[in-house]
Unconditional design. Structure first.
Length: 115
């Protein structure tokens, strides 16, 4: 793991398309609000799915408060197939004040309201 970064630093990386965000929360929490374009790989799935990040040059891990994402960042950094930079979002998703997305945005096939 290379370090921890602030929400402002992450926003700058995202503005430059210079980072892959990995949100390690469970799918339910992720669906309720996440950093746009982030990948949801829950912490317990990360050892099996870390190879999905082989092509990333810079990964930033995200969790609720910035604690579990440090463990996730260390796990990714220790994977022998990964040779990029890995940081953790220091304040966690609770400290993120940038844009968020939900899984239900842009769904055009949702049923019409009955009233």
């Amino acid at each position: 793991m290379d370090g921890e970064i602030s929400a402002d630093e992450l926003q700058s990386l995202l503005d430059d398309d210079a980072a892959t965000v990995v949100d390690i929360r469970n799918p339910m929490a992720y669906s309720q609000g996440h950093i746009p374009e982030s990948r949801n790989i829950p912490l317990e799935s990360l050892p099996r799915e870390v190879d999905q990040l082989d092509d990333a040059d810079h990964v930033v891990t995200v969790c609720p408060h910035g604690k579990a994402s440090v463990r996730a960042a260390r796990l990714i950094a220790s994977f022998e197939g990964f040779d990029g930079r890995v940081d953790s979002l220091e304040p966690g998703i609770t400290g993120w004040d940038g844009p968020t997305a939900t899984e239900h945005e842009n769904e055009d096939d949702s049923p019409a309201a009955p009233f």
